[in-house]
Every structure is written in C-alpha cells, then in structure tokens.
Unconditional design. Sequence first.
Length: 103
Amino acid sequence: EGAFLVHVTRGKTKYTVAAKSEGTFGDVKGLLQGLCKIRASHQRLIYKGKQREDGETLSGAGAVTSGARMVLMVTEGQHKADEEKEILKEAEQELGGGEERAV
C-alpha cells in the first residue's frame, strides 16, 4: 500500500523507481544506487528546487504523487572516481584488455 513511481533525471538519463509514501529520500537514493551505480553517499536529490536530506520523508515534502519528479546531482568526489575508472578502462584497452604479458 502507498507505493508510487518517482521519476529521477540525471542529465539526459532518466530513472524510474517505485517508492513507498512512508519512505525517505534516503530510501530513494538506495534504489537509485542499484540502477545508476553511484553510491547513495555521493547522491544529492533535488525536489521542488531544494536539496533533500536522507531522513526527510517523501510525504513530508509532498512527493507522494505518482510521477513525482526529482533531479539527481552527484558530488565532486564521485565525478573524480568516475573519471579515474574511465582512464583505467582506456589504459587496459590500450594494453590489450589487461592480459598479463611476459617481458
């Protein structure tokens, strides 16, 4: 009972999660973590122009209507981690997929 869909946008990427009306913004971050592979601690959810705290309830913010829309922002630390992963991935590809080679 009390489940509804929340639409979350990060840039051009859109995610839809099923949230519970008694849930919190932290719960939504947990659901998003599995979808977008960004740790909840690095996520910032914006709803109605305000960054919401993890413990704040969806019902308290008025975000309990199906189709509620939020924006996902990512902390600077996560951006750097993403860039480092991409650099490592490119380096592995240049070295032949990370295979060990005898010298």
